[in-house]
Design a protein around this ligand. Structure first.
Ligand SMILES: [Fe+2]
Ligand SMILES: [Fe+2]
Length: 199
């Protein structure tokens, strides 16, 4: 399926800076739009990683952590029902709900090769970085007898090199995202392995 570039690079209204959805509203939107449980889990995992990064590396308070989590939580919200409108539809919805433009922009730049929006802020860059890699790490956890427990960076790197493993995960995007974020791939893998969603 072809995903069309968004055709614009500014999103939301600056007057809405600081506006977020409540956890209840964000979860309601997620449940209403995303029926596919695997996709829901992926979005929650990315949201969790974003929250952890915001806390540990950006030193943000609870409100700041939620802004990062929200971007991750909703980044693929339209993929299930309107794949051909990914991520146009969720951007329009968040604009309608008057959400902080920084959050909308992060979602709009989570696939620069597809959407034509370059990740600029740290939030943009980390969402892009966590998206593909967390998918591969999750696939790896499913083939391990102990799941995430005892997983190490070396094992993930092995799977990364195996092109046939989780073949839909773009190794190119992971490399590109690390470069843009200025993070060594090992460090990013270590962070994803160490900060898994407990459920
Ligand atoms: Fe996506
Ligand atoms: Fe995603």
């Amino acid at each position: 399926m072809e995903i069309l570039p968004l055709g614009r690079t500014t999103f939301g209204n600056p007057a809405n800076a600081g506006n977020v959805l409540s956890k209840e509203d964000a979860n309601a939107l997620l449940r209403e739009w995303v029926k596919n449980e695997k996709l829901q889990l992926h979005m929650r995992q990315v949201g969790h990683l974003m929250r952890c990064w915001a806390a540990e590396n950006e030193k943000l308070d609870e409100a700041g952590q939620w802004r990062w989590e929200l971007a991750g939580l909703l980044h693929d919200a339209d993929w299930d029902l309107w794949p051909e409108l990914h991520c146009r539809k969720i951007i329009e919805e968040l604009e309608r709900l008057q959400v902080d433009p920084e959050i909308i922009r992060a979602i709009a730049s989570h696939g620069p090769r597809y959407f034509g929006v370059e990740p600029e802020s740290n939030m943009d860059k980390m969402l892009y970085a966590f998206d593909e890699l967390s998918g591969l790490v999750h696939a790896y956890s499913l083939m391990r007898p102990d799941g995430y427990a005892g997983m190490d960076v070396k094992g993930v790197k092995k799977r990364l090199k195996e092109k046939s493993f989780a073949a839909n995960v773009s190794r190119e995007d992971i490399q590109d995202a690390c470069m843009r974020a200025g993070i060594a791939q090992d460090e990013l893998i270590g962070f994803v392995v160490a900060n898994q969603l407990q459920h």
